[in-house]
Design a binder for this molecule. Structure first.
Ligand code: PSU
Ligand code: MN
Length: 300
């Protein structure tokens, strides 16, 4: 792929010197949380990566230019601008051609990270197969099957069909690894009851797997799934009721396509008050920390 990237000098230097870099997505800033929480959360994620000694590279499109690493002003602009295109793979050329602002989903962030030479990327939850809508399958899953970037997340978002999402990941050849867990985390809560084939307990162990995968030139992504910290968990039984209601509301309102995920996240947040937000923020910061530690182990 040939992308015209504007790489922040700090990120460029870190890559040239083989220092740890963690890519970060931007859809969670523009479509995942309302202002002003969104900007505070984005800043906190970057700060967490830095605290671990790694360089954050938030990825977004600003006036048609793809950026890898944003200045503080650019991040603030993205967090406060109302018209931003949510860009998955197919939307990237549209945002560039029309000189628009665009935020990148997991799929688009993987594409850009790969092109920039960044091996690791942290997010909240990947997209997946929607419940009751087996043909609404996030482009994230296809990207994971073909783009060699490691994505650190808290599983697929709990608004999704987790068993089907796991099946698709298996079909597409994506290794799914539990980080200090034997089962797939369920985003807001720690357990899904779905067993995983592989568990790692340290950043070093994960880095070794990434290196072997790279040496074998298997051009798929790797998915590292990290449970939300126990003290911030939103118990699955409670979360499920709220999620069921949000999904029903989406159906009644005819929400479709790429609007589904932002709608459900907002509805869940409105219906649950602070609980979903607390869990969501905690898992984002935790994932950023784990990703930065793995990034460090990769360059050690
Ligand atoms: N995780 C979050 N909040 C988000 C998302 C993930 O905690 O907003 C975004 C990611 O960018 C992911 C996207 O790639 O939702 C999936 O959207 P879709 O189902 O339309 O592919
Ligand atoms: Mn979707």
């Amino acid at each position: 792929m040939r992308l015209n990237l504007k790489i922040h000098p700090e990120v460029q230097t870190a890559l040239a010197e083989n220092r740890a870099v963690v890519a970060l997505e931007s859809t969670l800033i523009t479509h995942g949380f309302p202002a002003p929480d969104n900007l505070e959360i984005a800043q906190a994620i970057e700060a967490t990566v830095r605290q671990q000694g790694a360089v954050p590279a938030t990825i977004a499109v600003l006036e048609g230019q793809i950026h890898v690493g944003l200045t503080a002003d650019q991040l603030a602009y993205l967090g406060t601008t109302s018209v931003v295109r949510k860009c998955s793979r197919r939307d990237l050329p549209i945002a560039v051609a029309r000189r628009e602002n665009g935020s990148t989903t997991v799929a688009a962030t993987m594409i850009v990270a790969r092109s920039a030479g960044i091996k690791l990327f942290a997010t909240g939850g990947i997209g997946g197969v929607h419940r009751g809508q087996p043909f609404d399958e996030s482009a994230d899953l296809r990207e994971l099957s073909q783009t060699a970037v490691t994505v650190v997340c808290a599983g697929a978002k709990a608004i999704l069909d987790l068993p089907l999402t796991l099946e698709v990941l298996e079909t597409r050849g994506v290794p799914v690894i539990g980080y200090q867990t034997d089962e797939l985390p369920a985003f807001y809560s720690r357990q899904s009851g779905l067993q995983l084939d592989m568990r790692v307990d340290t950043p070093q162990e994960m880095a070794r797997l990434i290196k072997v995968h790279e040496e074998m030139e298997i051009e798929s992504g790797l998915l590292v799934t990290v449970p939300v910290p126990a003290q911030d968990e939103w118990p699955a039984a409670e979360a499920q009721q709220v999620i069921d209601r949000a999904i029903a509301d989406a159906a009644v309102n005819g929400v479709m396509g790429k609007a589904v995920t932002p709608y459900l996240l907002e509805r869940v947040s409105d219906l649950s008050g602070q609980q979903s937000k607390k869990a969501n923020i905690a898992l984002l910061l935790n994932n950023a920390q784990v990703a930065a530690q793995i990034a460090q182990a990769l360059v050690a």
